[in-house]
Design a protein around this ligand. Structure first.
Ligand code: 5GP
Ligand code: ZN
Length: 116
């Protein structure tokens, strides 16, 4: 898949609708269309990177920035006290269905372990 027909690139470029909850120069967070918890957000870099396996050394700052943005978003949703979960699915066995790297941020209920 190229960036051209990537749905998350389209959301990042404002060409497709999403319920955005956080945005800065490099990162966007929006509500998952099929929420698995009371709070289920997807946090993405605006840059198209298909999965964790495609991250390059030059993405180091971007990844750190994205992680720190998740901390801000967790605070925005008052999840600090109760906790939450961050998930990144990779490839077929990981259950990845959208090939633009994204971190699920799930919270608002007690999440079980291990996941399915
Ligand atoms: P994955 O399975 O790749 O880790 O996660 C992809 C996630 O994207 C799924 O949780 C799915 O519900 C969500 N998703 C797929 N298409 C759309 C869409 O068009 N808009 C939004 N907001 N979420 C989407
Ligand atoms: Zn993309």
């Amino acid at each position: 898949m190229t960036a051209k027909d990537c749905i998350f690139c389209q959301i990042a470029q404002g060409k497709m609708d999403a319920k955005k909850v956080y945005e800065d120069e490099h990162v966007l967070a929006f509500e998952d269309i099929s929420p698995q918890a009371p709070i289920h957000l997807l946090v993405i870099p605006k840059k198209h990177i298909s999965s964790l396996l495609e991250l390059q050394p030059e993405d180091e700052k971007l990844v750190a920035h994205l992680l720190l943005s998740m901390k801000k978003i967790a605070r925005q949703f008052n999840l600090e006290e109760k906790g939450f979960r961050v998930v990144n699915n990779i490839g077929e066995d990981g259950g990845q269905t959208v090939f633009h790297i994204h971190f699920h941020l799930l919270g608002g209920r007690n999440l079980t372990w291990p996941p399915g």
